[in-house]
Design a protein around this ligand. Structure first.
Ligand SMILES: Nc1ncnc2c1ncn2[C@@H]1O[C@H](COP(=O)(O)OP(=O)(O)OP(=O)(O)O)[C@@H](O)[C@H]1O
Ligand SMILES: [Mg+2]
Length: 220
């Protein structure tokens, strides 16, 4: 379904070009659940951002079904991302001046049109799914780190998509809440969603059907 071939990505820091992904090739099958593991700084988030089309690679090709994403315009990529991909970021990026419910509704707020009632119902449903039904009207600043992370997860679930990219979705959660989130991801996978998850936790990594190890920008 998703196929990355010989992806390279470097970052320019203080005038030095630092290679972060070195000829990385990865495939994700339709309906597959893969996890990406590796040490801090090995390139996991960068790979995730390339796969979810948020970052364009310097070189290499990315295919999604029959589309060559490397050849698509930013506008077409945005459209594809909106319709097919959901992303849970490592750092959750909630907007501090919007309530929990409004943050969850963000994927529907891309135009000036009012949000449909059914979307609001879906948002409440997703908040309930992550255990935040009673906190819909709070501001993120009044939530714990783990609760904020769960809002970010609800936001990723609110629109139906085909692939979920989750970068350390349990990173700031205690064991019990992390376990619940993993249950939720497994459930979504069971419902047909393809899942690509970065994790530091070897137990959670094993929930996936396949584990991709990355070391210093190379799949090992
Ligand atoms: N925008 C950027 N500009 C410069 N360097 C960057 C940028 N993004 C990432 N890097 C560097 O690329 C390397 C890989 O970063 P990345 O975030 O992909 O690692 P990671 O495997 O996700 O680490 P962690 O487990 O700590 O989240 C790091 O050395 C990081 O400093
Ligand atoms: Mg990371």
């Amino acid at each position: 379904m998703l196929s990355a071939r010989n992806i390279t990505k470097s970052f320019n820091t203080d005038g030095n070009v630092v290679p972060v992904l070195k000829e990385v090739s990865v495939d994700v099958g339709q309906g597959e659940f893969v996890s990406i593991v590796g040490r801090s700084g090995s390139g996991k988030s960068t790979l995730m951002n390339v796969l979810s089309t948020l970052v364009r690679p310097d070189d290499g090709e990315l295919h999604y079904h029959e589309d060559n994403l490397s050849a698509l315009s930013d506008k077409k990529l945005n459209k594809l991302r909106q319709s097919d991909f959901s992303v849970i970021f490592q750092f959750h990026h909630l907007l501090p001046y919007l309530t929990v419910l409004e943050n969850t509704l963000l994927p529907f707020m891309q135009s000036m049109k009012p949000v449909h009632k059914s979307s609001v119902e879906k948002a409440h449903e997703c908040l309930a799914r992550v255990g935040l039904a009673d906190k819909a009207d709070r501001l993120p600043g009044n939530l714990s780190g783990g609760e904020q992370q769960r809002v970010a997860i609800a936001r990723a679930l609110v629109k139906s998509s085909k692939v979920l990219f989750a970068d350390e979705p349990t990173g700031s959660l205690d064991k019990e809440t992390g376990g619940q989130i993993m249950e939720l991801l497994s459930e979504l996978h069971g419902e047909g969603l393809s899942v690509v998850m970065v994790t530091h936790d070897p137990v959670y990594a094993k929930r996936a059907q396949r584990i991709i190890h990355i070391e210093d920008g190379v799949i090992v």
